[in-house]
Design a protein around this ligand. Structure first.
Ligand SMILES: [Fe+2]
Ligand SMILES: [Fe+2]
Length: 385
């Protein structure tokens, strides 16, 4: 969208400079021709861009909430994300700013403007609809019941609305917004944009994960049966059941911990089409040691307990090469040698995630290993170490 030609030391950003950099034109002139000047100006432009994106993502959310809630007669939170922002509006505002500035520079007439606004807004809506459908398997809007629609993503009526909104944006929103940009301190802009963007990124990541792990109602019982069939024989081993006597992370017992790691690793492995039987068995056995590691046991527990767990596991069950690798590599990268199988990497990552989360207390309700309920084995057996 914006081209910075570092080689010629001239900034070729007509739209951007027009929209964002009136206050800094003197600085631009002063700096033009120096690498530092180009860098400084690029920084200013980027700051205004991310600030504008954040602002209009929030304002767009307010607009959508007002429209959808009034139509539905109740509060409706639009969009895929949980927070009060819509990426589509943030991106749309940046595109319209650039388009408006370029059209002004080209002294374009009303017909050309209308065509450009139609293409920009409807194109963005179509692209967003397709991306959300492909990546998140969701329809955030559906124009199927409207005349002249394309696959429910776009329709003539709303395209006309967008054109009107684009003109309103140019003539009603942009003038006061320019004044706001002029007066706002860069630090305030930076902090605001940083906070909003951070929330958006975390929210987006959470949405990806929700989609990734989501199961259909038909899938759920199949997955549960798959997990139960692989986990029950291991949990029935007396020495695995004994893990419930040892604290592991804060209020969690070691049995809770291994069940949780096994369950999450299974879900991830299932999505990645990995060997889930090995993942479940290896994860349930990955911390098979019998001491309170915070108060007793060998020195350098973190570097040694995977070997102890492997030896204990070998004594109570027959392990495949993959299961052995899962247990012995579960502390990677602390133990340097990388996992040999993707299943080992999955368990190692999930184990790290669960441990970190336990200590950050991000999931206080989930302290009892409820993920594997119904698979609990019998009580204690003999001590192995
Ligand atoms: Fe461990
Ligand atoms: Fe662990």
């Amino acid at each position: 969208m914006r081209i910075v030609n570092f080689n010629s030391a001239a900034i070729r950003l007509p739209g951007t400079i027009e929209m964002f950099s009136h206050r800094n034109r003197d600085a631009v002139r002063m700096f033009t021709g120096t690498a530092g000047g180009v860098y400084q100006e690029t920084k200013i432009i980027m700051l205004d861009l991310v600030f504008s994106f954040s602002c209009f993502a929030i304002l767009g959310w307010i607009l959508e909430v007002a429209y959808r809630s009034s139509c539905a007669g109740r509060f409706v939170n639009p969009g895929l994300l949980k927070g009060p922002y819509l990426i589509l509006y943030g991106a749309g505002a940046l595109i319209l700013m650039e388009a408006a500035a370029l059209l002004k520079a080209a002294a374009a007439g009303l017909a050309v403007k209308t065509l450009v606004y139609f293409t920009a807004t409807t194109g963005l809506e179509l692209l967003s609809g397709i991306i959300v459908q492909r990546l998140f398997h969701a329809h955030l809007w559906d124009y199927s019941d409207q005349c002249f629609h394309y696959k429910g993503h776009i329709c003539l009526k709303f395209s006309l609305y967008w054109i009107v909104l684009a003109f309103a944006f140019e003539y009603l929103v942009m003038p006061p917004y320019r004044v706001l940009l002029w007066h706002l301190d860069p630090v305030i802009k930076g902090v605001f944009a940083g906070v909003v963007l951070s929330f958006i990124l975390v929210d987006l990541l959470a949405a990806f994960l929700r989609t990734f792990f989501r199961m259909t109602p038909e899938e759920r019982p199949v997955a549960y049966a798959e997990f139960r069939d692989a986990a029950t024989p291991v949990l029935a081993l007396p020495d695995v059941a004994r893990l419930s006597q040892y604290p592991h992370h804060l209020e969690k017992t070691r049995l809770d911990h291994v069940k949780e790691v096994a369950h999450l690793s299974f879900l991830l492995g299932r999505r990645l089409s990995l060997d889930c039987n090995a993942i479940i068995r290896g994860a349930l056995l990955h911390d098979l040691f019998f001491y309170d590691w915070l108060r007793e046991g060998p020195r350098l527990h973190g570097f040694r307990h995977h070997t102890i767990a492997l030896n204990n596991a070998r004594r109570i069950t027959c392990l495949s090469q993959k299961e052995e690798d899962i247990i012995i590599k579960h502390m990677w990268p602390l133990t340097v040698v990388p996992p040999r199988y993707p299943e080992s990497l999955v368990v190692s990552l999930v184990d790290t995630y669960c441990s970190t989360r336990d200590y950050l207390c991000l999931d206080r309700q989930n302290k009892t290993g409820k993920t594997a309920d119904g698979c609990a084995g019998p009580a204690a057996g003999e001590k192995l170490i």
